[in-house]
Design a protein around this ligand. Sequence first.
Ligand code: ADP
Ligand code: MG
Length: 324
Amino acid sequence: MASNEFDLIARYFEHQKVNRRDVALSIGDDCALLEVPDGSQLAVSTDSLVAGTHFLADADPALVAHKALASNLSDLAAMGATPAWVSLALTLPSPDESWLRQFCQGFFALADYYNVQLVGGDTTKGPLSITITVHGFVPKGKALTRSGASSGDWVYVTGNLGDSAAGLALLLGEKTVSDPQLQKTLLDRHYKAQPRILAGQALRGIASAALDISDGLISDLGHILKRSGLAASIEVDKLPLSPELCLFESDRDKALQLALGSGEEYELCFTVPEQNRGAIDTTLAHCGVKATCIGQLRPGRGVTLIRADQPLDWQLYGYDHFAE
Ligand code: ADP
Ligand code: MG
């Protein structure tokens, strides 16, 4: 960016509280120099958020920052990895310092919470977009991949589903609610999802496969099925719905459909072999996270929705950026 690119970097990005011992060299040189612990693999993931596609250009910058970093941390959570470092590529239409100040406040609040250090990035001029790369550690061979599931494994999700879609509908004015508290709760669930970092780590050695729900349960579960070469039966009436979602959408079937399709939930969907089921509740209770069994894997392809042992013919689609 123009002349004050380096001022901006120095002013906003170089003064994080977190100062990790595994960072030998941080922001300011051509590269960061980082130490991966012995016996660990490095887990790396990148996500981009583009104004107009993933957030509204006039959205609260602190919330946008939270969402951008949370969606990246959620990918680490889904691998069972422990977050360590992050880099940030920012494209800004102008050096808007008020925007940057608020963005950094949201970004560093979440980064500090997880002891994640910002170690580099890039700052350029152009249409507003945010690209974040996170790095984390996972003990060698212990990562939770999408391909490890077997027929007979049970399908679980953490938390509740559908709240993020409800929050988005409110944000876009597609629907209104009269209770301001309900409105705030659902908007917060959309913007302020908490990545399931501790749950992901706790599931290492227990879950056979895992991913985070970013495009909607049906679409994301499809990735596990494809990678593992299996089909799933999902009992729709077992889907965990929050009381707020049920107030937002009083037609229960519509609420269930929201839960099945809602993206940006950042809950984990994971599969568990029968012999590990007993361990689930206690393990996740230690992290303060609820897990609900919603179905089972079987030979075949695709997801079948089930109610009272009968297949349902609901037409549902996840989010696909390139869909017509
Ligand atoms: P280069 O020209 O070598 O790409 P830059 O001038 O882009 O270097 O960046 C200078 C330093 O500031 C580098 O260490 C880079 O990682 C860091 N940096 C630039 N933008 C950001 C940002 N948005 N967040 C964190 N670090 C940044
Ligand atoms: Mg650069």
